[in-house]
Structure formats: C-alpha cells, structure tokens
Design a protein around this ligand. Structure first.
Ligand code: COA
Length: 439
C-alpha cells in the first residue's frame, strides 16, 4: 500500500442486520435429539439459532438488509457503484444474489454486481475487495454496497445441526468510515486447500469433517496471527476487543486461547479465559441468538458490539479474524468510529431479535420440508401475508420473489392467496420468455 493510500481512510460507513423471523431454542433441539442440553448451551456455547421460513432465503435476507441500510438514508442510491455479496448460500450456480439485490434495491445500471464465494470468508473478502476498489479511485465519489448473507443448514440429526443459523449484514463501504475504519497494516492472510467443510451443488445442506475443521481454523489463525504480529510488532494487548469468526461461540474461546498463547506480549493478566470474558464475550451475545451465519457471522459480532447495551465502543481498536473453510483466512485490524453509540438500536439487530417467534421442534422440521419443496420447479405460490421481499417458489426453472416493484406492476397486494397459475408473473407477457435449455 502506498503512502498516499495510507493517508486516506476507508471502511464501513453504515451497517444493517436482518434475521429470519423464527428461531429454535437449542434446548428444544437437544431434547428432540436425545442430547444433554448442556452440550449445546455450554459445550458449544449457543442459546438459539435463527431458522428461515420457506419464504426466506439468502436473497430475501440480503435484500431486506440492503433495504434497512438504504432506508436509513446512509447513502444516496445513485452513489453506489458496486454491489458485492459474500455468500456460500447461492441459489443459482450462475446468477449471483447481487443481481437480485441490485434490482430490488433500485440501484443504478452503471454498477458492477457480483457474488464473492469462499465459505465463511466471503463477506470479509468482499469487504476487502470493495475497500480496495473505492481507494483505487476508478469511480471517484462512488461507494460500494457489501452484503454478507448466508443460511447455515446441516442434515437433521447430524453433529452440525446445533450450529445452524442465518443472517444478512449489509455494509456501505466508503471513505467516511463512521462504523469501522480498516487500519492500513500489511495484509495477514492464509490459504490452504483442505476438505474440512463443503456443500456439493446438488445438496442444500453442508457437509463437514467437524473436528478437522476446528483444527484447520486454528492452524489458519496461527498462520495469520504470526504474519500480522511479525509485520506490525503488535501483540494481542493492542486491541480493546477481538472478534473471531463464530460457527459456535465456544470456537471463539478456543481461538482466543490460541491467539494468547502466540502473542508476543505474553499471556494476558488473569489468563486467556478471563481475558476472553473481558475482550471477546461482549462481541458474542448476538451470535448466541443467531447461530452460525457463515460469511455474516463476523459482522453479526461487530453489530453485537455496537448494539451492546453497556459498552460504548467509540474509538475501540478491534482485531478481527475471518476464516472460510476450504480454506482462506485473514486477521485484520480496525477502529470503531467516534460516534459508535449512534448505532445503538439502529442496525436493525435488536428489532429483528425482538420480532422473532419461537418454533417448536415439529414446526422447525416442517419449515425445513417446505423450503425443500419450494425449491422444486412448479412450486410457485403467491406469498400470503406479511410485507417486503419473499421467496414464492420456483416456476419455469426460475426463482420467483415478491418485491415492491412486482406488486405495483401487477396490482397484486400482499395478503392475497392465489394459485400458481393465477398469480404467475409468466401468465401475461412473461410466458414467451420462458426458460430454454442452453440459453
Ligand atoms: N455438557 C457440557 N459440555 C459437553 C457435554 C455436556 N453434557 N457433552 C459434550 N460437551 C462438550 C464437549 O466436551 C466439547 O467441548 P470441548 O470442545 O471444549 O471439549 C463440546 O461440548 C462439543 O462436543 P463434541 O463431542 O466435540 O461435539 P460433536 O462431536 O457433536 O461436534 C462440532 C461438534 C463442532 C464438530 C459439530 O457441531 C460440527 O461438525 N459443526 C459444524 C462444523 C463447524 O462448525 N466447524 C467449526 C470450524 S469452521
């Protein structure tokens, strides 16, 4: 990075979080699985996990998060020149989620739109690429919209099941980083091809070699941290808070123990576990409610810190570790903006949590089944009730979404139930544009 770039500030100007409308308590899941609830609550460290309904997918969560961000007037939509979506929950092997966001958020056509995929690292990768694009100056004055959106689904009854979750975090990236300034230290990244976690394109649920994935995560942390500490001369003591990618909260404790072991400034006063309670736990309360949100997890922690009821994080120096299975990882440093308290009750996180409803175990199983059914061609059915974006099913091999533009275009209003044939957008005008193999 040149001196000129170092003198310019870059980072997150505004941030918005969206969650599914429902959650499952881990105690309910444990009892259904014949497991001691203490394993999930204390062994893994979770409390609840966000469970998307059949009409909520990674697109819907992303569009909603973008909507909250833009409704807050954080940015004039015409100032956005790039949309990057970090995700491993793509709904199509070719078409990016960013395209849906671009249309439904009403963004300008002179905009670059694409998804960035590398398991849970995708959101951080997108943030870094967006920051470099803004600093590169190809589109002076333009900002980037970065959204990390994911739905973590494992097979029912598998070891990964208690580590599911979902969230989308939308971030505006520009040169007035009121939320988080990315500090211009040398990059500390690590890549190694490993088979610790993956999701074949023919599956809707992920596969994991769980214990191996924890080892890969810690190896990547060690590599990134050695690079960061070696290049900067900083130890763990340089940070007010440390945020770790959190597939389940206990993982952040394991990560912090490893970081403290390796820190050039020696173990923290009182030991790593006591230090974890001071400098890591305050960033985890939202992750304990949401579960694993893959690429969005690290940013759920950031939102949790900003929304912490007893902490004013203004000016706090943060160390952030991002890990994506497969694998790619990065340790980066940031500084919270001076008006951090302005984000309290403003990121959408607390509203989303307060508006959730609890699922029974049977309702959880039903919602999983209906999501699978809605992915099948011909499943389209107009969304009943509610407002805002919704996934309505698949028709003619195309995923159909309810959004404001479509509603006004057809005179259709939410709350109406119609058959697929009556409500299909392909009935009038669209039919001739039906899918053709190979097109
Ligand atoms: N009370 C309290 N704690 C208990 C317990 C009980 N009754 N029973 C088990 N535990 C503890 C274990 O001691 C262990 O803690 P430790 O790691 O500190 O020793 C923890 O609960 C998990 O138990 P474990 O037997 O290791 O769980 P598991 O084999 O069922 O699977 C994962 C755990 C994380 C491997 C599994 O959830 C998974 O595959 N997740 C998806 C992949 C993932 O998240 N990877 C992380 C890196 S990206």
């Amino acid at each position: 990075m040149t001196m000129e770039l170092r003198e310019r500030r870059i980072g997150i100007e505004a941030l918005a979080v969206q969650l599914p409308r429902s959650y499952l308590d881990l105690g309910v899941l444990a009892r259904a699985n014949g497991t001691d609830p203490a394993k999930y609550y204390f062994g893994l460290g979770g409390r609840r996990m966000a469970i998307p309904s059949a009409d909520e997918d990674s697109v819907v969560l992303a569009v909603r998060a973008a909507g909250v961000l833009l409704a807050d007037r954080a940015a004039d939509v015409s100032s956005i020149g790039m949309v990057l979506v970090g995700t491993e929950s793509g709904v199509d092997a070719a078409k990016p989620i960013a395209s849906y966001v671009h249309r439904m958020a009403g963004l300008p056509s002179d905009c670059r739109v694409l998804d960035v995929q590398h398991a849970c690292y995708g959101g951080t990768g997108a943030l870094r690429l967006a920051a470099a694009w803004v600093l590169g100056g190809a589109r002076p004055g333009r900002k980037a919209l970065v959204i990390a959106t994911d739905v973590a689904r494992y097979d029912v009854g598998s070891p990964g099941e208690p580590t599911q979750g979902a969230a989308a975090v939308a971030m505006l990236v520009g040169e007035e980083p009121r939320v988080l300034e990315l500090l211009p230290y040398p990059e500390a990244v690590h890549a190694a091809e490993v088979m610790d976690f993956w999701r074949p394109t023919y599956r809707s649920t992920a596969l994991a070699d769980g214990h191996y994935s924890m080892q890969c995560y810690l190896d990547a942390l060690e590599s990134c941290w050695r690079r960061f500490a070696g290049a900067t001369g900083l130890g763990a003591g340089a940070f007010d808070y440390l945020l770790y990618h959190t597939p389940f909260p206990k993982m952040a404790l394991k990560a912090h123990r490893r970081l403290c072991e390796l820190s050039p400034d020696g173990p923290p006063a009182g030991g790593a576990d006591a230090d974890w309670e001071r400098r890591v736990l305050p960033t985890l309360w939202a992750n304990m409610e949401v579960g694993n949100a893959y690429s969005a997890s690290l940013f759920v922690s950031l939102a949790g810190l900003l929304e912490h009821s007893e902490i004013d994080a203004a000016g706090a120096r943060l160390g952030l570790f991002s890990y994506g299975s497969g694998s790619c990882a990065e340790f980066l440093a940031g500084r919270v903006g001076p008006d951090a308290s302005a984000w309290r009750n403003r990121t959408g996180l607390r509203d989303a949590l307060a508006g959730r409803r609890e699922l029974t175990y049977e309702a959880y199983l039903r919602s999983r089944r209906s999501y699978e059914e809605q992915g099948r061609d011909g499943s389209f059915r107009a969304a009943a009730g509610g407002a805002g974006p919704a996934f309505c099913g698949t028709w003619n091999h195309q995923r159909i979404y309810r959004d404001a533009a479509w509603r006004s275009g057809t005179g259709w209003t939410s709350g109406e139930e119609r058959t697929a044939e009556e409500a299909s957008p392909f009935r009038a005008g669209h039919a001739s544009r039906g899918a053709q193999a190979g097109s």
